[in-house]
Design a protein around this ligand. Structure first.
Ligand code: G6P
Length: 638
C-alpha cells in the first residue's frame, strides 16, 4: 500500500527520496511523487506509474533542497493519476503533505473547507490535510495578533500547557496547526508535512498507519518501513498513535497528543542492509525462497535444544493461566492466517486447548465470544495489517490477553499486544510471502510446545518434534533441490486456466497456501479443497487436461488422498504430487519427493515446491513476480 519516505540533512534530498521509494515499491502502488523545500519555496514533482518515471520529469535534476518528503500511492479515493498522486499542497503552497491511510470524514471536512474558500484539485481524501493545516495556521496567526486585544478568544492559540513545553524555535505555530488538523481527522493516517515558513523542519504524525523514523548523523529519515532506509541507519524511533515528531537536521523532538514534550529511545535493528538487496537473484521472491534454511535457523534461535525445555524471554505464562484458558483464538490475514491454521493443529493436539482460527476482517465483525479466559494470538509479518490490528484492539477491550507474532520489531501490532514474539526471518520484500510463512509455522509450533511443557504435557512425541524442528534447516536445503523438476512441470502447465490443490489434515492447509501463492503471482484461477470434499461438488469441474496438485505427508491419511487423486486421474486430470510417503508413483504425472519430517512442521517443507511452482509459472508467463498486479505487501487500510 502507500509508501512514505522523508529526508532532512545536508545532502540533496531528491535522489535519497527516490531511492527510498524504489525500496518501497514492493508495497504496491500506482503513482509516485516527491516534494522538497527549494530556495524559492516548495516544489512538487509527481506522476502516474512507476517511481523511475520521476527521473524523466522536467526540472527534477535541478532540485537542490536538503529536506523533502516522498510517496508511492495505491489508489483508494480517486483513480491513479498525476493530480491524485501525492504530495498535495494547500492552496497557498505553504504546506506539502504525503499521507498513508484513509480519512473517513473527508467529505465533511472538504465541505467545511470549501465553505471557507478552499479549492481542491484532486479527488483524494489527502488534499484536505494541507488545506486544513493551512486553515488552522492562518487562524492561529490571526488569533495571536488579536490576542492582546481580546485575550478571551484563545480557542485556537496556544494553551498555557503547550507553552510550557513548546519553546521558541520549536516551530510552534506549524506544530499547533498540524495537531489541530489531526484532531479533526477520523480514520487512519501516517502523515509527513513540510511548511515553507520552516525550511529546517519536518513534522510527522501517525494513527493506525505505519511510519518509522531513522536517526542518522546530522540527518534524519522517515519511511513506511525499515528496509527502505536500512542502508542509511540501524537506529529507529517508533511513534505511538497520535504522537508527533518534529525533525530537524541534528535533532528530533517528540510530543504527545497534548503537545507535551516526551522522551523516546531508539531501537537498534540488526537486519543486514544487504538482506534488502537481490544479491544476484533475479527476484526477491526467489531469493527469499532460498533464504529459508537460514530464516528458519534464526526463528528457532536458542529457544530450545534437544534436551532443554522451550523458553521465550518475552513470555511468562503460568501453568494456572494456561490451564484456565477456554480457548485460543488465532487471527490473521492471507498467508499469515494459513500459518495460523497449522497453529490450531499444534495447540489442540499438543496442549489440548480448543483453538479457532479466523480471518481478521471477519473476526472483528462477527461478535467473537472472547473474554478473559481467551488467549488471542495475532500473526502478521509486517505487523501493520489494519484488520489484524483492529481485531487485536477488540480482544483487548474484551479482556483477553493478546500475543503478537510478527517479523518486524517495533511494528504497530507488537506495540499494541500484551506479548510479542518475533519470527526473525529478516526483511521480506516480495509481495508473495514465502520465508515469513515458514517462520510463522515454525514459531507457532514452538509456542505450542512451550505451552505444552508449562502444562506438564511433555511427551515422547514432543521430544521427537523438537529434534525434527532442529533438523528443518538441513531438510529445507534438501527440499530446494527439487527446483529443476518443479520448473519442468511449471513449463508444461503455465498456460492453464484453472489449477486445483488437494490435501487432508495439515496438507489441506498447505493446499490453501499453495493455491494462494499461485493466484497471487501467476494470475491463474486456483482452488484448494480438503481432498475428501472433492466428491461434494468440485469434482464436477474436473475434465480432461485439468491440473490437480496433491499434497500427501500425513501417514494415516495418505491412502485416502491417493484414492481421491485416482478419481481425478480417471477424469483426465494431470497430477503433480508432493509427498514424503512411500506411494506408487507410476500413476501421477510428476512426483516431488521431499524429506520426511514430523507432521506438525511438514508444511515448512511441503510448501517449498509449491512456492517454486507458482514462481516458475509466473516467470514462464513473463510476469512481475515481486510486484503482482493489484496486490500490496502491507494492507494498512480495511
Ligand atoms: C497482504 C500480503 C500477503 C500477506 C497479508 C497479511 O495480503 O500480500 O502476502 O500474507 O497481507 O500480511 P501480514 O503483514 O499481516 O502478515
Amino acid at each position: 500500500m502507500c509508501g512514505i519516505v522523508g529526508y532532512i540533512g545536508t545532502k540533496k534530498a531528491c535522489p535519497i527520496l527516490i531511492n527510498g521509494l524504489i525500496r518501497l515499491e514492493y508495497r504496491g502502488y500506482d503513482s509516485a511523487g516527491i516534494s522538497t523545500i527549494e530556495k524559492d519555496g516548495i516544489s512538487v514533482m509527481k506522476d502516474k506509474g512507476r517511481v523511475k518515471n520521476l527521473y524523466n520529469l522536467k526540472g527534477i535534476d535541478d532540485l537542490e533542497g536538503s529536506i523533502g518528503i516522498a510517496h508511492t500511492r495505491w489508489a483508494t479515493h480517486g483513480k491513479p493519476s498525476k493530480e491524485n498522486a501525492h504530495p498535495h499542497l494547500d492552496n497557498s503552497r505553504t504546506f506539502s503533505v504525503v499521507h498513508n491511510g484513509i480519512i473517513e470524514n473527508y467529505n465533511e471536512l472538504k465541505k467545511f473547507l470549501s465553505d471557507n474558500g478552499y479549492k481542491f484539485l484532486s479527488q483524494t481524501d489527502t488534499e484536505i490535510i494541507p488545506n486544513l493545516v493551512h486553515y488552522y495556521y492562518s487562524k492561529d496567526k490571526k488569533d495571536s495578533s488579536s490576542a492582546s486585544i481580546d485575550k478571551k478568544d484563545s480557542s485556537l492559540s496556544s494553551t498555557d500547557k503547550e507553552d510550557s513545553s513548546l519553546k521558541k524555535g520549536d516551530c510552534l505555530r506549524f506544530l499547533r496547526a498540524v495537531k489541530r488538523a489531526c484532531d479533526d481527522l477520523k480514520g487512519s493516517f501516517a502523515i509527513e508535512i513540510l511548511c515553507k515558513d520552516y525550511p529546517d523542519n519536518m513534522i510527522v504524525v501517525r494513527k493506525d498507519s505505519p511510519l518509522v523514523i531513522g536517526k542518522g548523523d546530522g540527518e534524519n529519515y522517515i519511511a513506511s518501513d525499515i528496509p527502505a532506509i536500512l542502508s542509511f541507519t540501524k537506529n529507529f524511533y517508533f511513534l505511538n498513535d497520535l504522537e508527533f515528531a518534529v525533525l530537524s537536521r541534528d535533532d528530533i523532538k517528540f510530543y504527545d497528543d497534548n503537545l507535551q514534550l516526551i522522551e523516546k529511545a531508539t531501537k537498534s535493528i540488526d537486519w543486514d542492509a544487504s538482506s534488502s538487496e537481490k544479491n544476484g537473484f533475479d527476484d526477491f521472491m526467489l531469493k527469499e525462497i532460498y533464504e529459508q534454511p537460514n530464516s528458519i535457523r534464526e526463528t528457532i534461535g536458542a529457544k530450545f535444544s534437544e534436551d532443554s525445555d522451550c523458553e521465550f524471554d518475552e513470555l511468562n505464562f503460568s501453568k494456572d493461566y494456561l490451564k484456565g484458558l477456554d480457548k485460543i483464538f488465532i487471527v490473521a490475514c492471507g498467508t499469515a492466517m494459513h500459518a495460523g491454521l497449522t497453529g490450531k493443529n499444534a495447540f489442540e493436539k499438543l496442549c489440548k486447548i480448543p483453538t479457532e482460527v479466523d480471518v481478521a476482517s471477519e473476526f472483528r465483525y462477527r461478535s467473537p465470544l472472547v473474554d478473559d479466559k481467551s488467549l488471542c494470538i495475532f500473526i502478521s509479518q509486517s505487523g501493520e495489517t489494519a484488520d489484524t490490528i483492529a481485531a487485536l484492539k477488540l480482544c483487548k477491550e474484551k479482556g483477553a490477553k493478546t500475543l503478537a507474532i510478527s517479523n518486524v520489531i517495533g511494528s504497530s501490532i507488537t506495540r499494541e499486544a500484551d506479548y510479542s514474539i518475533y519470527t526473525h526471518a529478516g526483511p521480506e520484500i516480495a509481495v508473495a510471502s514465502t520465508k515469513a510463512y515458514t517462520s510463522q509455522v515454525v514459531l507457532i509450533v514452538i509456542l505450542a510446545i512451550y505451552f505444552a511443557e508449562i502444562l506438564g504435557l511433555s511427551s515422547a512425541e514432543i521430544v521427537n518434534l523438537k529434534r525434527d524442528i532442529l533438523e528443518l534447516p538441513k531438510k529445507i536445503e534438501e527440499t530446494l533441490k527439487c527446483s529443476e523438476q518443479v520448473k519442468e512441470f511449471a513449463k508444461r502447465v503455465y498456460q492453464e486456466k484453472d489449477i486445483f490443490f488437494l490435501g487432508r489434515g495439515v496438507d489441506e492447509v498447505v493446499a490453501k497456501e499453495g493455491s494462494l501463492k499461485l493466484k497471487e503471482i501467476s494470475y491463474i484461477h486456483s482452488e484448494s479443497y480438503p481432498a475428501g470434499e472433492l466428491k461434494h461438488g468440485p469434482i464436477a469441474l474436473i475434465e480432461n487436461g485439468v491440473t490437480v496438485v496433491g499434497i500427501m505427508t500425513v501417514p494415516e491419511l495418505v491412502k485416502k488422498t491417493v484414492s481421491n487423486l485416482q478419481e481425478v486421474i480417471t477424469r483426465g486430470a494431470k497430477t503433480l504430487v508432493i509427498t514424503n510417503q512411500d506411494i506408487d508413483k507410476s500413476m501421477f504425472d510428476m512426483v516431488i519427493e521431499i524429506p520426511n519430517t514430523n507432521t506438525f512442521v511438514s508444511p515448512v517443507l511441503s510448501i517449498i515446491p509449491l512456492q517454486l511452482f507458482s514462481y516458475y509459472i509466473a516467470k514462464e508467463k513473463g510476469l512481475d513476480v515481486d510486484k503482482p498486479r493489484n496486490l500490496a505487501k502491507s494492507v494498512t487500510v480495511e
